[in-house]
Design a protein around this ligand. Structure first.
Ligand code: PAF
Length: 286
């Protein structure tokens, strides 16, 4: 596996392969790789000829009070995982290379990024959209894979690719979970043993919402109440949002008539967890 740190060298490597007709696949990450990333990398490996994984803790997507400085950095283990999964290039640019002095342009996404994570983390999605656009520009992949766990991020990347004609096929891979249902995340290591047990409540509440939808309840408020009821049993959790939304626009729904996404975010102490479930109402018999 090659380790490339300079965007210019990365672009040259990609350009050479593209000229030979090689299909380049890409998995963007901030490192601290876990089984969720491994699943994305394996899926990407099956869909391309040459595979690039980026490992870059992107400062522009962290707010001033967020965990940029203490975000887990495990580069040796990350490289070992990538080597094992037959990744061709680990792209590891420095912050200075990605954002040299004089850097000015930021990408903004008005509608889809406004609610939910966008409300709680005002600059986050602009940072994500900017770095993804830059990484696509350097690597020029034909296909890129994102995890469903960051549902709103995947939705905005699709919008970004469409609006800016970036010409990258976006694949969203299902969330990988621990055996008790907690979605895998690099931030799970921040949880104390007790909080780690409590953390499963978020997924349980989303499951409760999905269950009543599948049983035929279509009132959005009733679904939200069912989710909230599960979280309320765990008073150490603070809810940022637990909502029923249209899976494309991410607008909240008052009635469930077709496929929906249940989005949730909670805080346990200083740790913030997000998760989601896609579900359908029961089919009407004719
Ligand atoms: O999902 C992530 O790890 C990050 O938001 C991404 C897409 C790598 C951009 O920094």
């Amino acid at each position: 596996m090659k380790i490339i740190r300079s965007p210019t060298s990365m672009a040259a490597w990609s350009e050479q392969l593209r000229r030979q007709g090689v299909k380049i696949g890409f998995v963007p990450t901030m490192g601290a790789l876990h089984e969720g990333h491994r699943a994305l990398i394996r899926e990407a490996r099956l869909r391309c000829d040459a595979l690039v994984v980026s490992i870059f803790v992107n400062p522009t997507q962290f707010g001033p009070q967020e965990d940029l400085a203490k975000y887990p950095r495990t580069i040796s283990q990350d490289r070992a995982l990538c080597r094992k999964e037959d990744v061709d290039v680990s792209f590891e640019p420095t912050v200075e290379a990605m954002y040299p002095s004089g850097f000015q342009t930021m990408v903004t996404l008005p509608t889809i990024a406004r609610r939910w994570e966008g409300e709680v983390r005002p600059h986050h999605f602009s940072g994500v959209a900017t770095v993804v656009t830059k990484l696509f520009g350097v690597i020029r992949p034909q296909i890129a894979l994102f995890g469903q766990k960051d549902f709103q991020q995947s939705a905005l990347v699709r919008q970004l690719v469409k609006d800016l004609n970036l010409g990258v096929e976006i694949v969203v891979y299902p969330t990988v979970r621990e055996t008790d249902g907690l979605s895998m995340s690099s931030r799970n290591i921040y949880l104390s043993p007790d909080d780690r047990i409590r953390a499963t409540t978020l997924y349980k509440s989303l499951q409760a919402g999905a269950e009543i939808i599948r049983s035929g309840v279509s009132d959005g408020q009733a679904v939200q109440a069912a989710m909230a009821q599960v979280v309320e049993k765990e008073p150490t959790l603070t809810v940022d949002y637990l909502v029923v939304c249209d899976p494309h626009s991410l607008e909240p729904l008052s009635a469930v008539t077709s496929r929906v996404v249940l989005l949730g975010a909670v805080r346990i102490g200083s740790v913030r967890l997000i998760d989601n479930i896609l579900t359908n109402p029961p089919r009407r018999s004719s």
